[in-house]
Write a protein that binds this ligand. Structure first.
Ligand code: KG4
Length: 330
């Protein structure tokens, strides 16, 4: 099965061609990071306009790179939710236009399902599984009893973990996107600052108190004209965040008797998170984490998710498929 994947939910325009849910024949990702860096974050209208500018180029490049002809595509998969609405609409309209011209079926994919199934490219995903979904907009623990079954058992009450990374990066003057910069700096420091460990019920999360503690600490030290050991502060923040994420995931795995862990979303690229998962694993768990290129937004993951979705159910959309800024995965 040849799936054409299309992803445009935020600031990456991406088109991929994936064979049988595994083999990535092309995965073209045109990032707008350089454009948004000067604003310190993604500006929705600017993102939509750049998707319009880039989308046809990315389609063309995916066919050139893969050597696949448009007529050979079996199904078109497109991210329809959640995300920036203007951005989503560009990818959705492009995908529908392609489907209409070449008379191909179309499948709508939830962006977070895409992140979860990014793991299918390099791992043999097994179920039941516990998915830790950590991105710029979401932090969720998702119990997957079987393929393409999602039950959200916990989520953040406030900031998503990637969002707190970005805000901590801003106060430390590290620019945008902040996650990779904090991660890099954390490797040079030691977790010597005492930061609060938020207590949150069950499998839920809260990162705003921790983030505010870092911001207040920086402001207080600046007012007192004290030196801030930025690398140590980054390491201290990362230490608390990764401890919370890993402990909650393991707690959920024990309660749901799950041995397969899936880590998904942009923050799954975090080196501290990977190291902590590896450190706690005494062989009891099978832990799937994508390689960096599949952690952040890309269309290959959308193509893979489509393959798995169709294994579960022939759930085709029609050309009235619309985009939604907010939509639960379950
Ligand atoms: O999943 P993603 O690419 O986009 C969505 O939010 O859907 O995630 C982006 C988020 C940003 O907040 C970024 O700072 C964070 O993932 N991120 C990281 C790392 N790489 C990306 N956070 C911590 N450590 C990283 N290495």
């Amino acid at each position: 099965m040849l799936v054409l994947g299309v992803e445009s939910s935020c600031d990456e325009t991406s088109v991929a061609i994936v064979k049988d849910g595994k083999e990535v024949l092309a995965n073209i990702v045109l990032s707008q990071i350089d454009i948004h860096t000067k604003f310190g974050g993604v500006v929705p209208e600017v993102a939509s306009r750049n998707h319009v500018y880039q989308v046809s180029l990315v389609f063309k490049e995916a066919f050139i790179k893969s050597g696949v002809k448009p007529e050979e595509i079996d199904v078109v998969a497109v991210t329809y939710a959640p995300g920036l609405i203007g951005s989503l609409l560009v990818g959705l309209t492009a995908a529908k236009t392609f489907a209409l011209i070449y008379n191909k079926p179309i499948v709508g994919i939830h962006h977070l399902a895409g992140h979860i199934y990014a793991n299918g490219i390099e791992h043999n995903m097994q179920f039941p599984a516990m998915a830790l979904v950590v991105s710029g907009g979401n932090t969720e623990l998702v119990y997957m009893k079987d393929n393409y079954e999602f039950e959200i058992i916990g989520e953040t009450y406030d900031d998503a973990v990637g969002e707190s990374y970005d805000k901590v990066a801003r106060v430390l003057g590290l620019g945008y996107p902040g996650g990779p910069a904090v991660d890099k700096l954390a490797k040079e420091g030691k977790a010597t600052y005492k930061l609060p460990h938020p207590y949150v019920d069950d499998y839920n999360f809260s990162f705003s108190g921790l983030k505010s503690a870092v911001i207040n600490l920086v402001h207080n030290e600046e007012q007192r004209k004290n030196e801030i050991r930025k690398a140590d502060l980054a390491a201290s923040f990362q230490d608390v965040v990764t401890e919370i994420l890993v402990n909650k995931t393991i707690k959920a795995c024990k309660a749901y008797q799950v041995k397969n862990i899936i880590v998904a979303g942009g923050v799954s690229a975090n080196s501290g998170l990977k190291a902590r998962f590896n450190a706690i694993n005494d062989g009891s768990y099978n832990i799937n984490i994508p390689s960096i290129k599949y952690c952040t937004d890309n269309a290959a993951m959308i193509g893979v998710a489509c393959y798995y979705k169709l294994q579960k159910k022939k759930d085709f959309a029609n050309l009235s498929l619309n985009a939604y800024a907010n939509l639960e995965l379950a």
